[in-house]
Design a protein around this ligand. Structure first.
Ligand code: IVH
Length: 246
């Protein structure tokens, strides 16, 4: 059944060379009337399925796929079978001082590890079942199962990177969003870094390219997000994608 997103789940603009990246950096500096380097959060672009989780009074009450960005497919029962996804979250007494709002949503990516995908396909072939084409299709197929007990036996993982409708808390940076997600018990990707200069962005890209083969899961690029969230509001979004990420 369909499930609506309160804020649209947008897409991302791409650049395919360092030259295009520099053009992007210059363009947003101009839009923000600054000569200073902007700080970015670098994240691996995971090749999986984007999902949104809905929490009310600390309990996971809903989950949906991206769909057309406005309305997704309800996959709540299947999401509940993924062990690393918290069914409930609590105000933690740690130094981040979290005050949980009655309702919030969390966004991230459901993936399947390369090794799990290979093992699963081997088993499917033995049972004369059609193998999946790639880990992404395997994750998608597993999440769209009609029977949650089938999904429960599929080796799905997830990483989260975004909090929406988290009033009245306001997060000053993407870094603080990720820290909060982590302290609430959501898996956050360990290869995420804060990048302060174009040189650091370039080095991060290089590092991810070198890590790609040996990485346990597939990535199809890196995502760069301006760290300061007030700049997100200033830059805004196009119909398709935010200007503060690339
Ligand atoms: S941010 C608000 N971060 O890429 C900007 N997306 O092309 C959009 N994706 O639908 C989301 N890893 O499925 C973001 N670290 C990451 C991501 C990521 C993978 C996917 C996501 C989204 C698509 C946009």
């Amino acid at each position: 059944s369909p499930l609506a997103h309160l804020t649209p789940m947008l897409s991302l603009e791409n650049v395919f060379s360092w030259e295009e990246m520099q053009n992007y950096l210059e363009r947003i500096q101009k839009m923000l009337h600054t000569q200073n380097h902007l700080s970015f959060i670098g994240e691996p672009k995971l090749d999986g399925l984007s999902i949104e989780l809905i929490y009310e009074n600390g309990l996971l009450i809903g989950a949906s796929t991206r769909g057309d960005g406005l309305i997704g497919e309800d996959v709540t029962l299947n999401i509940r079978t993924i062990k690393s996804i918290p069914l409930s979250v609590q105000d933690s007494a740690n130094h981040h001082h979290i005050v949980l709002p009655p309702s919030f949503r969390v966004r991230g990516e459901v993936i399947m590890l390369k090794d799990d995908f290979i093992a699963m396909n081997r088993e499917r072939k033995q049972h004369n079942e059609t193998p999946f084409a790639n880990p992404r299709n395997a994750a998608a197929g597993s999440l769209r199962q009609l029977d949650p007990s089938v999904t429960a036996h599929r080796p799905l993982q997830a990483f989260f990177y975004f909090l929406v409708n988290y009033e009245p808390l306001v997060f000053p940076t993407q870094e603080s969003i990720l820290k909060t997600l982590q302290s609430l018990g959501f898996p956050v990707n360990p290869m995420i870094r804060l990048l302060g200069t174009p040189e650091e962005i370039s080095a991060y890209y290089q590092w991810m390219q070198e890590s790609r083969e040996k990485c346990a899961y597939e990535m199809d690029g890196i995502v760069l997000k301006i760290n300061d969230t007030p700049l997100w509001t200033k830059l805004g979004t196009t119909a398709k994608a935010p200007r503060w990420a690339i």
